[in-house]
Design a protein around this ligand. Structure first.
Ligand code: UT7
Length: 332
């Protein structure tokens, strides 16, 4: 067991936001060769939310952040770091975190985006915890937000039915509380197979041209079968390693909040860890895969539903394009 640090990064409050527009599986069946039955049984998704055309990632981030600040009960001027995890920024630059900083009215506060695709929020939690423990920052706002509908190919039934839009946020601080807060974490990556899940066009490798747009290169592309297998393996290993770091076993967990990508992936993870499904909090059926927003959306929902109590042992785990993976063990 690792020695417990006398100081820990703690989550002081969470918030979330999902856009108004609900898109059902049947809505896709009107324009694509798909069905509610296929989507439900192969993924567990019943519906998702799509942002309005003018509603960018920073807008959704701002609503989730306001809710998290209110839940934390702090004065927003105490925040001295803003990190936004997203792969669908408002624009390549400036960062969505800078746009959010201005919307929140927090001039001069350090702000940057973190790109680890669907693992972004959990990666961010691990990075921000380290920055807080270093003493360089005292209170941080971490947001996971995505407008996935802006990069989906609505002619590709193998990907467009899977994703949704939304934002989740947490305010973090440091407390003198040995054994509480973030007690173990792990972040990893394997960049050897980027083609498994990527948005090939629009960056410096393939800047947007009429040809790249005609070839639909600016949309998300995925090899779902391969990602599925890797997801189960890397999330399973990440969970086991993180628990081991803190000297806990899967039996000790009160709640697991996994990345919400596919219910069959989550069920495979449950089997691999030998944890009953009742110890998992899922909302995939309502929102689909919201990428970096998925874990904080589910975390905020679980807190507001009273599923997380003081003293509970909570494991957050995610995987995503890169391939990236991350997990965080929190003693609440
Ligand atoms: O955050 C990380 C992001 N990604 C993921 O986590 C995704 C991981 N992968 C998955 O969730 C699953 O692999 C999918 C849901 C994407 C696909 O499920 P699958 O069971 O692996 O299906 P498949 O790719 O093997 O396709 C089976 C069949 C194919 O037809 P044929 O070749 O057997 O005739 C597909 O063309 O299902 C077809 N199919 C569809 N049919 C109706 C694929 N998408 C659809 C669809 N509606 N939307």
């Amino acid at each position: 067991m690792t020695t417990l640090s006398p100081r820990s990064a703690v989550i002081l409050g969470t918030g979330s936001y999902t856009p108004e527009r609900i898109v059902s599986n049947e809505d896709f069946a009107e324009s694509l060769d798909t069905s509610d039955e296929w989507i439900r049984t192969r993924t567990g998704i019943h519906q998702r939310r799509f942002a309005a055309p003018e509603e960018a990632t920073s807008e959704m981030s701002c609503k989730a952040a306001e809710a998290a600040i209110a839940a934390a009960g702090i004065d927003r001027s105490e925040i001295d770091l803003i990190v936004v995890a997203t792969m669908t920024p408002d624009m390549p630059f400036p960062s969505t975190a800078c746009l959010l900083q201005s919307k929140l009215g927090l001039p001069n506060v350090a702000a940057f985006d973190l790109q680890a695709a669907c693992s972004g929020f959990v990666y961010g939690l691990n990075v921000v915890s380290g920055l807080l423990l270093s003493g360089r920052h005292k209170k941080a706002l971490l947001v996971g937000a995505e407008k996935m509908s802006s990069i989906l190919d609505f002619e590709d039934r193998t990907t467009c039915v899977l994703f949704g839009d939304g934002a989740g946020a947490a305010v973090l601080g440091v407390e003198d509380c040995a054994g509480k807060g973030v007690i173990a974490s792990l972040s990893g990556a394997d960049g050897s197979q980027p083609e498994l899940l990527q948005q090939p066009g629009g960056g410096s490798a393939l800047p947007p041209t009429h040809a790249s747009l005609d070839q639909r290169q600016h949309f998300l592309k995925m090899n779902g079968k391969e990602i599925f297998k890797l997801a189960v393996r890397v999330m399973g290993n990440a969970c086991k390693d993180t628990l081991q770091q803190a000297g806990y076993s899967a039996d000790d967990l009160d709640l697991v909040i996994p990345h919400q990508a596919n219910m069959r992936i989550i069920e495979s993870l449950q089997k691999r860890l030998d944890i009953d499904h009742s110890k998992f909090h899922n909302n995939l059926h309502l929102y689909g895969n919201t990428s970096a927003a998925s874990v904080p959306l589910a975390l905020d929902e679980a807190i507001r539903a009273g599923r997380i109590q003081s003293g509970d042992l909570i494991l957050l785990v995610a995987f995503g394009a890169g391939l990236t993976w991350a997990s965080t063990l929190i003693k609440w």
